[in-house]
Ligand binder design. Sequence first.
Ligand code: FES
Length: 196
Amino acid sequence: MSSTSKENTAVEQQDHGQENQGGQGKQSPEEIKRGRFLTLVSLGLTGFATTVVALPVIGSFLGSLLVQPPAGVWRRLGKVDDFKRGGTLLVSYKNAGALPWGGVSDKSGAWLRRNTDDSFIAFSVNCQHLGCPVRWVSQAELFECPCHGGIYYADGSVAAGPPPKSLQKYPVRVRSGHVDLFTSPIPLPGLSKSSG
Ligand code: FES
């Protein structure tokens, strides 16, 4: 075979190879339609899955913005005569915004002191230093904090130790022969404005 005919044969083989490659890259209209359909299905499923995952998060966020807890509520503590004059007693009450299934976790305590016939004063059980529960020592007429030795007088003011200020007080009233305590919702970190 001459060199010219060898070259012609090589060129023909190359052309033939390129034709084959072009044939493999081409897609029929049905294949293009199927590809588009699968792409749409894939996008739809991705969107649906994203919505399913995101909905509870969005709902929770909007709920916290739209559903405001009650500003506060009066809780009945008992009859006036259930409390001794000059006595201080630990009382329990439901928090504001308590849920039906909250159980004991939706309850708080306070120290209730009866000064005169219809004069009551309620103190938070939490120490103003680091929040430990204080206890009433009737013999000494003092509140004691077991954590760091904080001491408060019967009126809640600081007697000794590290507490920087008096025990927090809650509003109390007497209605129809009963004692009521006003309780506010417990602030949640990040959701409440600073109360100072
Ligand atoms: S927490 Fe009460 S004295 Fe420290």
